[in-house]
Design a binder for this molecule. Structure first.
Ligand code: BG6
Length: 497
């Protein structure tokens, strides 16, 4: 990367404006405003930091605040209940907010934003809109003089639909912002346990010698959700699980598991190592894709005793949709550390449980004096990201009593009870990083593009095959073919073992 990327963006002293395009959108009221409220509640925002929502709505400030009262406040109910004088805190937070009614495609319309933001010395522009608006927004902001050397832009995913569109967006945004001013957000990189994974790997001497093949036999990364597409069918049906989850969140998790130790925590040192992993992913041939990938779509089923409709019966989903709501696949990394260690990635909507976890399965003993003893299992390191955060190492222990029977027992790193500190949500942590100019947990352009280089042939092959996704019932762990994918290597998904 050019040298300028290694230099943090200059820190401006003085008032900061956080400008949210898509200020009345789903992401803003579910995640961004609640995250900023929590930052406010815990004194992580300077007193002169303001938040300006931008939207097409013909609203004034009062109307926007009323909207946030109705739509965003429920998402901070717990913080409000826990905080002394919670309601007063919410009112105090709203003091920071304003609204600019802007048709983002019309350069003249930005004048209201210019007026609102004229006193700021640092501006963060959060683009929580459809990506096809990113270019126009950046161009118009520049034209009206709101983009200077201090300004930062946050780009929400999905960044493109394929490699060419991702490159086109990156090229356009680069006309107005230098790479060090661009924060490509993947909120998984803001999760506490994901950041802790770096400490687990690089802060503990005992793991490093074992963290490779053949000591490690396989890696599983699962991000399972119980929710369906909800109100996002318009977006989701054009996107699918591969673009929505695998291309970004799951590949980022894979990078952190697989990367070499970076020489420091500087943004480019970390991102250089992640990039090497993405470039080492073995490209899949048509045969690999047929054999080693499974795409699924949920049918009706039951989750926690509640009947759920199938994907094709969800609002706004075309009745003949072939969009995948589930993916599992086997990836291989062509480098010395990971040659011959399969990485199994899996994600899906309407699965049996909400669970995000990484399972590191160690190799069998080369020779066991306990052969024949019941229940001998390989050691597994189970890193749970959600709903609970925990790290457990499954060890074998002797069952009490006569005989030498073995039983797996967990060595448990209980992070919840070890730390009493508040754990901020991913968006809060990442938004604060943006205001402080910390780029480590954001994706660099070349990382994003390398992820598309690997994913795109799979999407193309699926489209070319003309095959429909395999069905699975809501409330299960995906199509039977997903279990078969593991079984062929004599492995099982974590919940099946
Ligand atoms: C988003 C996807 O990036 O991540 C959603 O667009 C998905 O489809 C969400 O539901 C999952 O995030 P989390 O933090 O709830 O696991």
């Amino acid at each position: 990367m050019p040298a300028e990327n290694n230099t943090p963006a200059p820190l401006a002293k003085g008032p900061l404006d956080i400008v949210i395009f898509g200020g009345a959108g789903d992401l803003a009221f579910r995640k961004l405003i609640p995250a900023l409220f929590n930052a406010h509640l815990h004194n992580r925002l300077d007193t002169d930091t303001r938040i300006i929502g931008v939207g097409r709505q013909d609203w004034d400030r009062t109307a926007y605040l009323a909207f946030l009262d109705e739509k965003a406040k429920p998402f901070v109910a717990k913080s409000l209940a826990d905080a002394p004088q919670g309601d007063a805190q919410w009112t105090g937070f709203l003091e920071r907010l304003d609204f600019a009614s802007v048709d983002v495609t019309n350069p003249q319309a930005y004048q209201s934003l210019v007026t609102l933001s004229k006193t700021a010395s640092l501006r963060v522009f959060y683009l929580a809109t459809a990506p096809n608006l990113f270019t126009q927004i950046c161009a118009n902001l520049t034209q009206v003089g709101l983009v200077d050397a201090h300004a930062r832009v946050v780009l929400e995913k999905p960044l493109g639909h394929d490699l060419a569109s991702a490159k086109a967006i990156n090229d356009e945004v680069a006309k107005y912002f230098s790479e060090r001013q661009i924060y490509r957000i993947d909120h998984y990189l803001g999760k506490e346990t994901v950041q802790n994974l770096m400490v687990l790997r690089f802060g503990n001497a005992i793991l490093e010698p074992l963290w490779r093949g053949p000591s490690i036999r396989s890696v599983q990364i699962t991000v399972a959700e119980t929710v369906g597409v909800g109100s996002r069918a318009g977006f989701y049906d054009q996107t699918g699980a591969m673009r929505d989850m695998v291309q970004n969140h799951l590949l980022q998790l894979l990078c952190i598991v697989a990367m070499e130790p970076p020489i420091s925590l500087d943004p480019d040192d970390v991102r250089d190592e992640k990039l090497k992993v993405l470039r080492s992913l073995r490209p899949m041939t048509a045969l690999d894709i047929k054999r080693d990938t499974v795409r699924g779509q949920y049918q009706s089923g039951t989750i926690d005793g509640k009947p759920e409709p199938g994907y094709l019966s969800e609002d706004n989903v075309p009745k003949n949709s072939r969009t995948e709501t589930f993916v599992s696949l086997k990836a291989n990394i062509n480098n010395a550390r990971w040659a011959n260690v399969p990485f199994y990635l899996r994600t899906g909507k309407r699965m049996q449980a909400r669970r995000s976890e990484i399972i590191i399965e160690f190799d069998d003993l080369p020779f066991s004096i306990f052969s024949g003893a019941a229940n001998s299992q390989p050691n597994r390191l189970v890193i749970s990201l959600q709903p609970e955060e925990s790290i457990q190492l499954q060890m074998m222990a002797k069952e009490p009593g006569s005989g030498m029977n073995l039983r797996p027992v967990n060595l448990n790193l209980d992070l919840q009870s070890a730390f009493s500190e508040r754990r901020a949500e991913a968006y809060e942590r990442l938004l604060i990083d943006v205001t402080k100019g910390r780029l480590t947990h954001f994706m660099r352009r070349d990382e994003l593009e390398a992820a598309w280089v690997w994913v795109e042939p799979i999407l193309n092959e699926w489209a070319a095959s003309g095959e429909a996704p395999k069905n699975y019932h809501a409330g299960t762990w995906g199509p039977a073919a997903s279990s078969a994918l593991m079984a062929r290597a004599n492995l099982t998904w974590h919940e099946e073992s």
